[in-house]
Design a protein around this ligand. Structure first.
Ligand code: PXG
Length: 296
């Protein structure tokens, strides 16, 4: 039998089937915790430093004291990957408030739990990448910046889960969320960009969107290709009438959007700028300098 994947919980390895947390963990009881979704390509963890920094920024916002330094956390991630002899992987790094009592007061949780899952990746279909995906704007508004905003990558993902359910129930590939003012925010786990008259636009984090690391890479690639990326509010109308639209995210990488609420985007096929960025992105992930090596 193949050896089970090992999951690290507070520095101890458990086989996948035995990796469990307490029912008193406030991550479960209240969604009180944070996470990162990270990928390793061919033995290199892509943008690991950026993900670790974002994790600690999320923790700071929650006043959650992670009991490891950033360097120790980095080493813990790399060690888990080595333990599982992985080169291409999906890494789910979770820090919960930890075990407490049934009240929501975080002071009752003396020690955060650190969970590191490294597993095989389920990649987006090549058809999605080649043809683009269908999307719909959901009735679920992105949580606003004065609520449980997705700027914090917290364990509160019901906002995205509800939008995802709606998309699935309606037979489309992915949902898009607006902010409370009606401006386009992001996908359920992806940032959104549009292209219009040779310019690239993306919503600001004031719409409650996460500052995506893939988005950050994409902006840099676009600038290297001579495009201006403008962070500004985008209306549903501007999205419907864009020349091109695409999502960015750790899981999705860059994926073209061919349809929004049955409105065809551009000519309904991945656009020229999108395709250029997708090609450039494939080069970046193959560059060992863009990440941290697992085996060195
Ligand atoms: N917005 C939200 C709300 C996200 O959760 C992104 C944008 C894209 O950010 P990055 O940094 O990945 O470019 C995310 C990312 C998962 C999973 O398993 C979720 C994300 C990433 C990877 C895996 O649900 N969310």
């Amino acid at each position: 039998m193949e050896k089970e994947l090992q999951v690290s919980i507070d520095g101890v390895y458990y086989p996948k089937s035995q990796a469990k947390v307490s029912v008193y963990d406030h991550g479960l009881l209240y969604g009180d915790g944070i996470f990162e979704g990270i990928r390793a390509y061919d033995g290199v963890v892509f943008k690991l430093k950026e993900h670790i920094y974002r994790l600690y920024r999320s923790a700071h916002a929650l006043m959650l004291q992670i009991p490891l330094t950033k360097e120790e956390m980095t080493q813990a991630v790399l060690e888990t990957l080595r333990k599982n002899k992985l080169r291409d992987a999906y890494i789910r790094l979770v820090v919960t408030r930890g075990v407490g009592d049934l009240g929501l007061d975080p002071r009752k949780c003396p020690k955060p739990s650190i969970i590191i899952i490294t597993d095989a990746i389920s990649i987006m279909s090549s058809e999605a990448k080649e043809k683009g995906i269908s999307t719909m704007i959901s009735w679920i508004k992105r949580n606003s910046v004065d609520a449980t905003t997705h700027e914090i990558k917290s364990l509160n993902y019901l906002n995205s889960v509800l939008a995802k359910i709606e998309a699935t129930e309606n037979g489309v590939d992915e949902a898009i969320c607006l902010d409370k003012n009606g401006f386009v925010s992001e996908g359920v786990g992806e940032n959104l960009f549009i292209v219009k008259n040779g310019k690239i636009y993306t919503p600001p984090s004031s719409t409650g969107a996460l500052a995506g690391i893939t988005a950050q890479v994409t902006v840099k690639l676009a600038e290297n290709l001579g495009y201006n990326v403008i962070e500004t509010n985008i209306t549903p109308f501007q999205l419907f009438t864009a020349d091109e639209a695409f999502f960015t995210g750790t899981a999705a990488e860059i994926v073209p959007i061919r349809e929004v609420n049955k409105r065809q985007i551009g000519n309904g096929r991945p656009g020229r700028v999108t395709k250029k960025l997708m090609a450039a992105f494939q080069k970046v992930i193959a560059d060992p300098a863009e990440g941290v090596p697992i085996y060195s």
